[in-house]
Structure formats: structure tokens, C-alpha cells
Design a protein around this ligand. Sequence first.
Ligand SMILES: Cc1cc2nc3c(=O)[nH]c(=O)nc-3n(C[C@H](O)[C@H](O)[C@H](O)COP(=O)(O)O)c2cc1C
Length: 215
Amino acid sequence: MSKHLDRLRDEHKDFELNALNDSFAKDPFKAFQEWFDYACSSNQPEPNAFSLCSVNSEINQPSSRIVYLKELRREEFVFYTNYQSHKSDDINENARVSMLFFWPGLQRQIRIQGLASKIPSEESDRYFSSRPRSSQLGAWASDQSRPLASRVTLEQKLKDLEKKFPEKIARPDFWGGYGIAPSRFEFWQGRPSRLHDRIVFEKEENLWVSHRINP
Ligand SMILES: Cc1cc2nc3c(=O)[nH]c(=O)nc-3n(C[C@H](O)[C@H](O)[C@H](O)COP(=O)(O)O)c2cc1C
């Protein structure tokens, strides 16, 4: 099919950059913060991009896409989006989502499962008002995930909005943040011979309990 795929099929990378030892943080948020900070300070590309998986409740169809982590507050991971998008349709019916961070340069991934809910509107307002004007107009212009007749239609809509909002732009009701409250974390560190380190945290009666699992 592809000469590149043929080559990759025969490639057997060994992971040996790091290990998870017994000094690994006992609190998953602290562990996340440490890995995230390291991903940022070691200049990993797009360190705050994660794959968000939601499930359509009608036919149980999972669906993934990349979004940006914008805040980590009150033990919730916050991202922003259009509240009428497919992901929002999924979340409205089924709040269970899964997040995946992958930092290939560090041979690390973090999987997080949890419940998504809209953050308070004042918090979305605050973040929206901090965005550049072009992004604010973009949020207004896009009926995210709905069919679009042509690119020209979208660009015309943007021009009309520029005239409609000559000054300050209020947040549209259909745009805002979700906070994901985790119930499970898994920290994965690549190791030689496919004997990777994996540490899972699960919430048991409001306490985080961790254990290792097989690679
Ligand atoms: C690097 C990257 C970052 C993105 N960040 C966001 C984001 O923060 N919010 C968002 O709504 N879409 C973001 N997107 C676009 C989404 O992947 C997706 O196309 C869009 O949200 C529509 O998804 P849906 O139809 O499943 O709702 C990003 C895409 C990429 C590649």
C-alpha cells in the first residue's frame, strides 16, 4: 500500500528514555502537572493538545478529535469549543469522555477518563474576552461540525460579523468551556523490550489509589 508503511511495519523502536520508579507522585494531578511541565519545558510540539474521545449515545459510536487543554483548575481539565458541535451533542447525552496526551519525544502518554460538564458561563466569558479578536470572530462565524455550502459563505459571514461587531465582542451562547473531572488516570512510559511502565490511578471513595499494570 505504502512503501513508508512497509518500512514502519518492520521498525521496532526501543524506548529507553526514562522509567517510572517508586518515587512516582502519589497524587495523579501532581503527576500530571510534573509530566505536563516537563513536556512544555522540553519543547515538545503542541504539549497541550490532547485527543478527546466522546461517545454518541444513540449508536454508541466513539469519536475522537484533538482539542487544546486551556486550564487545569479545581481538579478539572478545561477545554473550549462550540456547544453545538458533534462533541457537544455527544457530551450532552453522555458525559463520559476519554482524554489522551501523547508526547512522542518523551515516549510518554497519559490516558484520562472522566465526566465532562459545562464550566460556569462567567468563566467562559473571562476566557473568551482574553482571546484575540480574530479568534472571537471565528467562534461567532463557525457553526462547528455543521455542513457548509462553500468556503466563500464562511468568509462572507466573517466579513459581516466584523461589521456587526466594530468594537467589543461578547461570547456567543453557543461557545464555551467544558471541565473534565477525572475518575481514572494512566501514566505510560515506554521502556525497552516492550516492557513499558504503566501506573494507574483510580478513585475509591474520594481517595486516589494507584497500582501498576502490565505493559
Ligand atoms: C492541534 C489542534 C487543536 C485543536 N483545538 C481545538 C479546541 O481547543 N477546540 C475545538 O473545538 N476544536 C479544536 N480543534 C478542532 C477539532 O479537532 C475538531 O475538528 C472540532 O472541534 C470539531 O469536532 P467535532 O465535530 O467532533 O465536534 C483542534 C484541532 C487541532 C488539530
